[in-house]
Design a protein around this ligand. Sequence first.
Ligand SMILES: [Fe+2]
Length: 154
Amino acid sequence: MSNPFSQADRTQIAEAMKPILAESVQLYVATQNVHWNVTGPLFQAVHALTEEQYLELAPAIDEIAERIRSLGQKAPGTMAQYMALGSIEDGDENANAEDMVRALKNGHNTIANHIRPLVATAADVNDEVSAGLLTDRLTVHEKAQWMLGAMVAE
Ligand SMILES: [Fe+2]
């Protein structure tokens, strides 16, 4: 194994976490959009679940950003950077409830797919803290996919 957790390793992990920060913010905004604008028979269930999800995302965003700072990089903190770094699309406040739920599920799937390989990358350079944080985030995003998916037909 290479030099444990060199400055180059720290920079590599921090850079890789920046899109995860951006997509967490994008998902936070998209989740609130659904929370506020969902209509129809699913309203109460979706309104409640999305509240749980955005309340969970807010401190996670802070934790990811502070991990990037701990690794020596500036944390992206502008909407322009989030748009450039993240790939989760804005929600549509006029969509029907099922499409809103499917779009959120897709967002959690996208970020999970971006986090998954980084767990191994962080572990490979002995960055157990980032690996742990990313594993925790992956757990949340995989569970969210299940819960959102269970609300709507495939
Ligand atoms: Fe609310």
